[in-house]
Design a protein around this ligand. Structure first.
Ligand SMILES: [Zn+2]
Length: 408
């Protein structure tokens, strides 16, 4: 009993000391945590937002060689997902975080394009958002960038207004008009035929035809740069397909497939996005079938890289998942107008091919090759053209919507 009282006494004393200390510590030592970073592209340029749990003191400026945008944040903790961010936007190539002195964290955004800061300010919590540190930047010529380097042109906590008013409108316009990169992935190929149709057609043949036709259609739009993961009948492991999307810095990745089922009556189109838990048993079984390609290839990459893929999923930013879902939504909306869909058309499953953490990705199952009617339809270029037209509309809506979306 006495020991218990002693412990209690000791604990109380400790508490009192901590309580007193909290008054003695200077205000500046209070710490904010920068939890997240978001980058949005608008007609005027880019908006960079840091989400934080409290207001913090900052200084934002440009440095050269290599060109970078630097944010000095005082008495802040930087969450690892900000520091480890491998961003693939058209603005930055990476993020580095350092601590040049005690109480100072320096976040350096390596710039892909020369920009200048137009505005930098702190926003108080509002609706679902906490504190936000916002920077609006616009693309400029390398020469203009060079004339804005250093802390002389810094924006700091005491100054939220623009120090420079000149903007190179022409450069900005060119930038916002820049082409979106789309990677289309015709499922299967080579020694992996994929599903085998009612009359014996291979899935790999239909998917390649569809991808080529869709690319031709998107190319005509003149707004996209479209790549295919394969243009011939070759085998590519699933992981490599993801790598290709990342290598091209894709804004959107779409894997194209056609399903097959023991029940020959099964039919309809569906769109999948990544989820660790499948939306239903059927979706899970499908993911298992599609993921088998790597095992067929004799590499069994799925098994080997289980840990790696788990880490990748964990790293997958909510943003990417949301964007994938957004695009899937547009796909369903457009497809509904022209073809038969399965119930709950947008489904979730653990497809290996959708696991790029930074590229919004969907998997399209165009229909069932095991169904006599759908196999016949999918063999027709005119039917595939219908699918391609709907897909192209969905892609346009997705990017239009993104451009208008506020990043607050
Ligand atoms: Zn497939």
């Amino acid at each position: 009993m006495r020991t218990a009282i002693n412990i209690l006494k000791h604990y109380c004393q400790k508490k009192i000391i901590i309580f007193l200390l909290s008054f003695l510590l200077p205000l500046s030592a209070q710490s904010a945590t920068i939890k997240n970073m978001r980058i949005g592209q608008g007609a005027e340029g880019f908006r960079i937002v840091f989400d934080a749990d409290a207001k913090f003191t900052y200084k934002a400026f440009l440095l050269s060689e290599p060109r970078r945008l630097v944010v000095d944040a005082y008495n802040c903790t930087i969450a690892t997902n900000v520091a480890n961010r491998k961003d693939k936007t058209s603005l930055i190539t990476g993020v580095r975080v350092g601590a040049p002195e005690i109480g100072l964290k320096r976040i350096a955004l390596d710039l892909k394009t020369p920009v200048i800061i137009k505005k930098a300010f702190m926003l108080a919590p509002q609706s679902n958002f906490g504190w936000r540190f916002v920077m609006d930047v616009v693309a400029v010529t390398p020469r203009e960038f060079d004339s804005h380097i250093g802390s002389r042109y810094a924006f700091d906590s005491h100054d939220g207004t623009a120090k420079t008013t000149e903007s190179n409108k022409k450069t900005v316009q060119t930038l916002s008009r820049s082409k979106k990169i789309i990677v289309l992935d015709p499922g299967h190929g080579g020694k992996d035929p994929g599903a085998i149709g009612y009359s014996g057609i291979y899935e790999k043949t239909i998917t390649l035809a569809m991808a080529k036709e869709l690319k031709a259609m998107l190319d005509k739009e003149g707004k996209y740069t479209v790549y295919l993961t394969r243009t011939t009948d070759i085998f590519i492991p699933l992981r490599d397909r993801v790598k290709i999307a990342r290598k091209y810095n894709a804004d959107l990745f779409m894997s194209i497939h056609a399903d097959s089922a023991a029940n020959r009556n099964a039919k309809g189109l569906s769109v999948y996005t990544l989820s660790e838990t499948a939306s239903d048993k059927e979706a899970e079984a499908l993911a298992e079938r599609e993921n088998k390609a790597d095992i067929i290839g004799g590499l069994n990459l799925l098994e080997h890289s289980k840990e790696v893929s788990d880490i990748l999923i964990n790293l997958a930013q909510r943003e990417t998942m949301n964007r994938s879902s957004e695009f899937a939504g547009f796909m369903v909306q457009e497809m509904r107008k022209s073809v038969k869909l399965v119930d709950n058309t947008h489904r979730f499953a653990g497809f290996a091919v959708l696991k790029a953490p930074d590229v919004p990705s969907v998997l399209l199952e165009m229909g069932y090759l095991s169904n006599r009617t759908e196999e016949y339809q999918l063999k027709q270029p005119s039917y595939r053209k219908k699918l391609a037209t709907s897909t192209s509309k969905a892609i346009k809506q997705y990017f239009d919507n993104m451009r208008h979306a506020s990043v607050f």
